[in-house]
Structure formats: C-alpha cells, structure tokens
Design a protein around this ligand. Structure first.
Ligand code: SF4
Length: 381
C-alpha cells in the first residue's frame, strides 16, 4: 500500500464489540476491520492464481464450476489432518483433545474394515496425530487465532483506492504469538522434506499475500511458521501366500547343504502391530518439522502490484468474453491439467458430463460470512 493511504486512523478509536483485530494499536477505524464490502465479489488466491496460470482453466473452474468427479487422495488426507489440527489448537486447555480427534477420525472412516485404502488412511492419520500430540504437548507460542477467515480490500497500489469490484477473501490455519510477535501458522503434510522442499516454502505466494491482507486488517504479521507433518511410506505387511512361502522355502532349501529349510510362513501384520510400527516411526525427530520464515517488505509490495494487475486483466477478459487457453500450463506440476481431456475434445459436452460434476469452488472458505457482501462464494468475479 502507498504511504499515506492507511485505512487506520489513530484519531478514531474503535469501540465496537465486533472488532476482532489483534494487537490493535491505540485507536483505529473499525470500518477497516469489517469493511462495508456490499456488492463486491470475493476473490481468493486460488481463483487469482488459476486465472493467472490459464484464463480458460479459470472459466472451467470458477464460472462453469466443473470439478473432477474423483477427489485427489492427497487433498482428502491433507484436509483430514487440517481438521484434526484445528481441533487440537482450538482446545488447548482440554486434556482429552487427542481422544476427541481420534474419535473424529474413527467416525470419518466407518467403512475402514472392508476398504483397505480407507483403513490405510485411517491408520496413518491416527498415527500422525498421536505422534504430533506426543511431540508438541506444549508449544513455545501462544495460539491467537485458529482457522481465521478474512476479507480485505484490494487496493490500487498507485492510488491506494480500493477496487470497486473485488475483495480478497481467504482463510489461514492459525495466527500465533511468539516472543511478542505475530506469525501465521501454516500446516502442511509432505511426503519428504529436503532442501528443495524448504526452498519452495520461500516461494509460497499465497501465504505471503494473506499475511499482507491480515496486516491491513490490523494483525502485524512478521513471518510464517510452517508446521510440516511427514507422511510415512511404510506399509502394513500383507504376509505371504502359501505359494509364495513354498517358493521362498524352496530357494532357501536349495542353498542349504541339507536340502531343507526351517523358514516359517510370514503371516500378515496385525492392525495392532502395524499401529505400533507407525507409532515408532512417528516418534522419530524427522517426522515433524517447523520452519520459520520472515516476510520481505519488497516482496509484499510486488505481490500487491501483481494482484492489482491480474484483476485488471480479468476485467478485460470478462468484458471481451475471451478466455484464452494457456497451453504452456497444461502439464505443470508434473501431471496433466485436470481439464486436458475437455480442452482436447474441443469442449465436447459429453466429455464434460462424463468427467466432471458441477460443484461450487471455495470449499476452503466454508463458514465465511457471505452476508457481509451479499455475494455467494460461487463466482469470485
Ligand atoms: S488443459 Fe491447458 S488450456 Fe485447458 S484449461 Fe488446462 S491448462 Fe488451460
């Protein structure tokens, strides 16, 4: 934001009970905390990023509301762990909070006995949150907010004037106070943590942008604490079939001068045995990682410019009805875009109906009070 255009004025103290600003300085305009956003459309980082990467993808996702019928497993697992951590940090005074979470996980997988995939996910989630509870029974930070939903003005960086069309909406996992300063707490589940992974955290545009808007709303965020939970790759041993056992025993016997083997058949690992092995894995230091990153002022300023430019490009695309295909984005992230078959088919309605269902975007913002804007969350533009 340009100097001199701060929405906060020290001359008008905030007296509203509804004001939820954190670390409020002496006096500020409450209207800046709960701006009158009537008539404006909600813009999320996901929508913004999607439009920037491929305008046509934006149209599929946010205007036509097409989503694949299958939900990615990694997303489902990540959502599950986020929900567990939300409970964990909302109930810091509850000595039974881990049991509450484990009960929730049990309820989330009622069919685990007959579904090996559900059982594996359930076991992993239970082991992960139990290990987490053992690792972090107490924190060195104070939890200030959990699953904080926000809306903030998007401003023209040259004039400081708010957009007449959009407001930024988002949700952060948490806000914590450490050594007297505020940080975003961002939960992540990861398959591995290496130098590449940690380097990528520095490029996390979404969280940097959200930090900026939370600052605008009065929370002086200085950095981000990434709370990374590793997903182990260990699997429950299936045991040997009779044929596999006999083949192995024959090989061992052939190596033995006596021509015999005392090898026993390997039996399937029981659920209790597997859970014990998972617990052992999650007791390792490398199973959880915390990375603290400070925000760069230059980067935040550049992000504001970017957000404004993209909103202007969007308005232009909408006015002209042109949703360009950015084919250089079709194979980003080492996998094809979910809409590839639809684009390849020339937007054949049969392909669309077979592969996609209509589902509103922005599930991550469930709970956001859209009455504040009078807008639904279904089309951010
Ligand atoms: S397949 Fe390519 S062109 Fe089509 S929406 Fe995806 S990224 Fe855009």
């Amino acid at each position: 934001m340009s100097p001199g255009v701060s929405p906060f004025s020290p001359s008008i103290p905030c007296t509203s009970d509804a004001c939820d600003r954190i670390d409020s300085p002496v006096g500020h305009k409450h209207s800046a905390c709960t701006p009158d956003l009537t008539g404006k459309s909600l813009l999320t980082f996901s929508a913004l990023n999607t439009f920037r990467n491929c305008p046509r993808k934006y149209k599929h996702r946010y205007i036509d509301q097409l989503q694949g019928r299958e939900r990615a497993d990694t997303l489902a697992f990540g959502s599950l762990i986020h929900a567990a951590l939300e409970t964990w940090y909302r109930a810091t005074d509850d000595a039974d909070r881990l049991w509450t979470i484990l009960d929730d996980l049990d309820r989330a997988y009622p069919n685990r006995a007959g579904d090996p995939h559900a059982k594996r996910t359930w076991q992993l989630a239970r082991a992960m949150v139990s290990g987490y509870a053992a690792r972090y029974p107490q924190e060195d930070f104070e939890v200030v907010e959990v699953e904080k939903v926000f809306q903030a003005e998007i401003r023209n960086p040259d004039t400081g004037r708010p957009s007449q069309t959009f407001v930024m909406a988002g949700k952060v996992d948490g806000i914590v106070r450490l050594d007297g300063e505020l940080y975003l707490l961002e939960h992540k589940t990861a398959g591995s943590i290496d130098a590449n992974y940690l380097d990528k955290l520095w490029t996390d545009t979404q969280i940097a942008l959200y930090s900026h808007y939370l600052r605008e709303l009065g929370s002086p965020i200085v950095g981000v604490i990434y709370n990374v939970l590793l997903k182990t790759r260990i699997q429950q041993h299936a045991g040997e079939s009779q044929e596999e056992y006999e083949a192995r025993r024959a090989v061992l016997a052939a190596k033995n001068k006596s021509g015999r083997s005392t090898a026993k058949r390997q039996l399937p690992e029981t659920d209790d045995e597997f859970q014990a092995r998972l617990a052992e894995w999650y007791a390792k230091p490398e199973a959880f990682h915390r990375e603290r990153i400070y925000l760069s002022e230059d980067r935040l300023a550049m992000l504001q410019d970017e957000v404004w430019e993209i909103t202007q490009q969007y308005l232009d695309a909408r006015r002209r009805g042109k949703w360009l295909l950015n084919t250089s984005n079709c194979f980003s992230f080492q996998r094809p875009c979910a809409y590839l078959p639809y684009c390849q088919s020339g937007f054949n309605p049969n392909v669309r109906d077979n592969l996609f269902e209509i589902r509103p975007p922005h599930e991550e913002l469930e709970g956001l009070d859209d009455a504040a804007t009078g807008e639904t969350l279904e089309n951010p533009f």
